[in-house]
Write a protein that binds this ligand. Structure first.
Ligand code: DX5
Ligand code: ZN
Length: 213
């Protein structure tokens, strides 16, 4: 069964506790960190994650859309991230392996994310070590954008590689997920669907979550 990861980016922060209570059936929280440098937008950092960790047992999926992620990893680990996903494009190639090992050694799950124009081939050398691969189906930076179907081929490729090599990573997709695109992603082989505006703009979050499964 596919997992749903509601993106807090679209939540109402004036009542964050209530918002989190209303998405509990999803089991995962997707936490989008933006620095105004790697992406043209700023969101929130590790201290709010730490607050969130105190009020929920949900799996905390931290998506770092930031330059120089290595500098900030410790803060997010201390703030109880369950999974840290950094962007392949944000790190020099020679550092990718070290960063993966560093996160794994702290007993936190690790993932790599690729933007729509980055081919899966670029991350082939790292796949065996990853707990998750995040395929962006929009340019990172904003919620509420339209799904780019370029992601579907990448999901299929990752699903085939996973099967052929018996890799253990989950395939996650992020951006423009709704009832229609969720189905396309499930069929392509996605394991985790991130959804922000589709869930938080709905009248009934639990129902919206169910409709993506
Ligand atoms: C975009 C973020 C997404 C965003 C998805 O850069 O990584 O997680 O919140 O929002 P929707 O589901 O509205 O496209
Ligand atoms: Zn995200």
């Amino acid at each position: 069964m596919v997992k749903i990861a509601p993106s807090l980016l679209s939540a109402d922060f004036t009542c964050l506790k209530d918002e989190i209570n209303k998405i509990e059936t999803a089991q995962w929280i997707h936490y989008d960190v933006m620095d105004g440098h790697f992406v043209p937008n700023i969101s929130f950092g590790h201290s709010i994650l730490n607050d969130v960790s105190k009020i929920t047992d949900m799996y905390l999926d931290v998506h770092l859309m930031i330059s120089e992620p290595a500098k900030y990893i410790d803060n997010f680990i201390a703030s109880k991230a369950s999974l840290i996903v950094f962007h392949y494009e944000a790190v020099v190639k020679e550092e990718v392996d070290n960063l993966i090992d560093y996160i794994k050694n702290q007993h936190v799950d690790v993932g790599i994310s690729i933007k729509p124009n980055t081919p899966v081939e670029e991350i082939l050398p790292f796949l065996s070590k990853l707990d998750l691969v995040l395929v962006m189906s929009v340019e990172p930076g904003f919620g509420g954008q339209e799904f780019n179907p370029i992601a579907l081929d990448k999901i299929s490729t990752l699903a085939k590689l996973k099967k052929d090599h018996q890799y253990h990573y989950l395939i996650e997709v992020d951006g423009g997920i709704n009832e229609i695109t969720a189905k396309q992603c499930r069929q392509a082989g996605a394991d985790v669907l991130v959804a922000g505006s589709y869930i938080f703009n709905s009248d009934d979050y639990a129902k919206a979550i169910e409709s993506l499964k």
